[in-house]
Design a protein around this ligand. Sequence first.
Ligand SMILES: Cc1cc2nc3c(=O)[nH]c(=O)nc-3n(C[C@H](O)[C@H](O)[C@H](O)COP(=O)(O)OP(=O)(O)OC[C@H]3O[C@@H](n4cnc5c(N)ncnc54)[C@H](O)[C@@H]3O)c2cc1C
Length: 495
Amino acid sequence: MTGDAQPTQHPDAILIGGGIINATLATMLRIAEPDWNIVVLERLTDVGLESSDAWNNAGTGHSALCELNYTPRGADGTVNISKAESVAEGFFVSRQFWSSLVDKGWLRDPAQFISAVPHCSLTFGEDGVQFLKERHAALERHPLFQGMQFSSDHEQIKQWIPLVTENRDAAQPMAATFSSAGTDVNFGALTRQMFAGLGDSLDLRTGVAVTKLKRLANGRWGVMVRDENTRAKSVLTAPFVFVGAGGGSLPLLQKSGIPEAKGYGGFPVSGQFLRCTNPDIIAKHSSKVYGQPAVGAPPMSDPHLDTRVIDGEKALLFGPYAGFSPKFLKTGSLLDLPLSVLPNNLKSMLGVGANNMPLTQYLIKQVAQSHADRVQALRKFIPDARDEDWELLHAGQRVQVIAPDQRKGGVLQFGTQIISAADGSLAGLLGASPGASVAAKAMLDVLQDCFGDRFEQWAPALREFIPHLGASLAQDHAAAAEVVAHSERSLGLTA
Ligand SMILES: Cc1cc2nc3c(=O)[nH]c(=O)nc-3n(C[C@H](O)[C@H](O)[C@H](O)COP(=O)(O)OP(=O)(O)OC[C@H]3O[C@@H](n4cnc5c(N)ncnc54)[C@H](O)[C@@H]3O)c2cc1C
């Protein structure tokens, strides 16, 4: 708990989990209801240490400038940019929010959590070149993607991403796009700054795990809490609870007993990256380069070569590779997956198992890889990569959502999903992607879903922090240009 105040056992809202999602929701609730007593409960010793920690995710500010899985070919063969538009719009809600928080002094130091790092896409072969050319043509005049350049000329690509062209056969068909508008985000640092910005106006308790959720006769939720040091148990109650516990959300939603969570399951995939240990190679590369995923690979596994900026230091990562662990959190338990299988979601889990053979085969191949195999995959990006310049980094767990489906029993979803009780008294977020980048949009959706009419009353206060709240930047070119320019200035992203 922060400050000397006595702990409140009956607050107005309880947020479970101290990652970027609840840092965002707590800040929005503070703006909307300055007098509310809000409690945040986090089981680890500090906030932002699980998936939101910089080394546990790829830190890409997902704005669809480079991620090829957001622009698939549609049934008519043309490149479909609708997903790219919605991801970019979501990211620009976050950028509006973060830049207002900086302008108003709620966030202290943007250089600690966001850096300008160009975003590139990279494709190979005649088909790949053609696809990227069409993708670029579909995006280049769009207000959210302006300034993106395309080339299939090795000399030009060398100017953008020299490591990729070094020692490469000049006859190999290859294309790249380059956007200087990309970012690298340290979501752990951002989480800590957001909570620090709320200071004593928030009752933040670390080292406490929520073990149970129970609907009480008076309509409030009873939240059972265990102190991770002393094992002492206590109970808090609130009329609104949000489960923003990352991988820990599914078990808690299951325990809540709300019918809306029935049938849902989760499948954990561990994220791994190669981290470069050679400072000369790290110095030669300064962008995020996303390629095309392997056959059968899930959408979030586009291979990427990533410049990161963490605690003021430049780093270079390549991945992701998939590993398997039944844990739902990196710091979770080996029993997480088995204990999540219940009579009400067995059909969904079996349905997904039976209908996703290419994914299963992909995961088995990934898990069986040696260090040499991983570096061999990297050579597609850096032809002369050496085994000894790279080490394996274990990142966070993604718990992919398994949703009930009438026809197939269950379907695997690769995005995020908000589950909320019909009366809006409890909600939670499942899934991980594009997750942290669109946290502000996701939490606005939660407020709208759970608080209905009250959201309209809150809109003016929220608009002070998100000026284009509810507007489509994809439709309003002038507003999009203004948001880009303003957030670049406030977040220190201009050269
Ligand atoms: C490998 C990988 C790469 C990724 N790359 C990107 C990327 O490039 N860009 C991007 O935008 N997103 C990325 N993501 C997704 C992003 O990391 C997540 O969406 C985001 O961090 C989720 O934030 P969160 O607050 O929901 O979860 P977390 O940061 O995991 O926070 C949840 C918190 O809840 C706590 N908790 C859990 N159970 C309990 C309990 N019972 N009681 C109390 N506390 C509890 C946990 O300790 C944790 O601190 C990536 C994720 C992974 C795994």
